[in-house]
Write a protein that binds this ligand. Structure first.
Ligand SMILES: Cc1cc2nc3c(=O)[nH]c(=O)nc-3n(C[C@H](O)[C@H](O)[C@H](O)COP(=O)(O)O)c2cc1C
Length: 131
């Protein structure tokens, strides 16, 4: 398990999407602001993984952009990539496709959407079923 941690962590106020002046709203309105630096962007022994699950919350119908630099900064050649997300109500939509285009490598699967209340056992069952 590898957690994507933004160097500048999002506070609750940063994530307040209904405030037009919050960090996330400004990033939403200006894609140039979505270049979110991560504490770590590379995984030890990356070559040893055949399958990579990438999980993210949905923000405005797409993958939360802190995953973008991880996706564009790693080589997924020869790997099966399975995106999955949580959301309040939206489906996974094109979020996996957009990440696939961003990555440019990897054998990306359709992926899956969980509700934001999904339990750990729901995720584990999905993982077992997908592999
Ligand atoms: C900035 C922002 C935008 C969001 N946009 C959507 C959306 O378009 N559709 C949706 O169903 N949920 C949306 N949500 C709800 C999140 O997807 C939900 O809170 C998340 O999946 C739960 O994970 P978390 O505990 O990491 O926030 C949004 C949440 C935030 C903070």
């Amino acid at each position: 398990m590898f957690e994507l941690v933004p160097t500048e962590v999002y506070s609750s106020a940063d994530l307040y999407w209904s405030d037009k002046n919050s960090r996330v709203s400004k990033e939403h309105d200006d894609p140039d602001l979505r270049d979110v630096e991560l504490e770590y962007n590379t995984v030890d022994n990356w070559d040893s993984y055949d399958t990579v699950f990438i999980s993210y919350p949905i923000w405005w119908y797409i993958a939360a952009w802190p995953v973008n630099n991880f996706v564009s900064g790693n080589d997924f050649s020869g790997k099966t990539v399975i995106p999955f997300c949580t959301s309040a109500s939206s489906g996974i939509g094109d979020s996996g496709k957009l990440l696939e285009n961003m990555a440019g490598t990897g054998n990306w699967q359709e992926g899956h959407r969980f509700s934001s209340r999904a339990s750990e056992s729901d995720i584990k069952a999905f993982r077992l079923y997908s592999m």
